[in-house]
Design a protein around this ligand. Structure first.
Ligand code: AP5
Length: 228
């Protein structure tokens, strides 16, 4: 079966669900996906030179320097086979990163198909991030919310450890939201003239949000019930 090849950027404030949605979209589209935040956290966990360089930056909720991020993205994009699309979660985050991305995509002759602007209220973002815990150990990592008592019990029963991301502390959440508004939100205007920006409500169930994104990008109605 022929699959469309999508080249998609996922924007949205911290907590909007970029990484969560990237997983749904990867399962439905023929795309490679990268989460730059996840990639940086893996570098930190492994203690690599990049990890050591960026650890404090992430913990403060600030942005890593453009030169490093552009280098990482450029190498990743160049390795994607021509028959596959891509999904970027967390890049670009500044105007210089967006300009660099344009240059790379121009050279690769792979124009963007869609820019998804996930919209979420500050109060819901703070609720999601402030309550996020990661259950580590004895099985795959699981992301849970502290209000989800059943998930917490499951984690403890399997001997897991509940960990909070250092940048999910209250003062850092506030900083990340402010950095998004100042540095990244203006990128929506950067892309507006190209007629590829889709504003998507990021509230509600995960599957509902995924169906909204797929409907916007494909121009074909998707029902969230098919994704549950
Ligand atoms: P990054 O990891 O990208 O962090 P972020 O943008 O702050 O976003 P989050 O991962 O917290 O949120 P998300 O929108 O992906 O939502 P998620 O699906 O996780 O970046 C971290 C740091 O790396 C940056 O601060 C910066 O320092 C650095 N960095 C990364 N890229 C960079 C770049 N290009 N340039 C410079 N620096 C860079 O969901 C959040 C929570 O909500 C989860 O618990 C999830 O389970 C839950 N959730 C998701 N959807 C729903 C839903 N529909 N209903 C209820 N809960 C939901």
């Amino acid at each position: 079966m022929e699959h469309s090849i999508y080249h998609v950027l996922l924007f949205g404030p911290p907590g909007a669900g970029k990484s969560t949605q990237a997983e749904y979209l990867m399962a439905h589209w023929n795309v490679a996906a990268i989460s730059t935040g996840k990639l940086l956290r893996e570098q930190i966990a492994s203690g690599t030179p990049i990890g050591l360089r960026v650890r404090d930056v992430l913990a403060r909720g600030e942005l890593v320097d453009d030169a490093l991020m552009i280098e990482i993205l450029s190498a990743w994009l160049k390795d994607i086979p021509r028959g596959k699309g891509f999904l970027l979660d967390g890049f670009p985050r500044t105007i210089p990163q967006a300009q660099a991305l344009d240059k790379i995509l121009n050279e690769l002759a792979r124009p963007l198909s869609a820019v998804i602007d996930l919209r979420l209220s500050v109060s819901e973002a703070v609720h999601r991030l402030g309550g996020r815990r990661i259950c580590y150990g004895n099985g795959p990592d699981e992301i849970i919310h502290i209000n989800d008592e059943a998930a917490i019990a499951r984690c403890l029963e399997r001997g897991g450890l509940l960990v909070q991301r250092p940048d999910d502390l209250p003062n850092v959440i506030v900083k990340r939201l402010a950095v998004y508004e100042a540095e990244t939100e203006p990128l929506i205007n950067y892309y507006r003239g190209r007629d590829i920006v889709h504003h998507v409500d990021a509230s509600g169930e995960r599957e509902q949000v995924a169906a909204r994104i797929m409907t916007a990008v494909e121009g074909v109605e998707h029902s969230h019930t098919a994704l549950v």
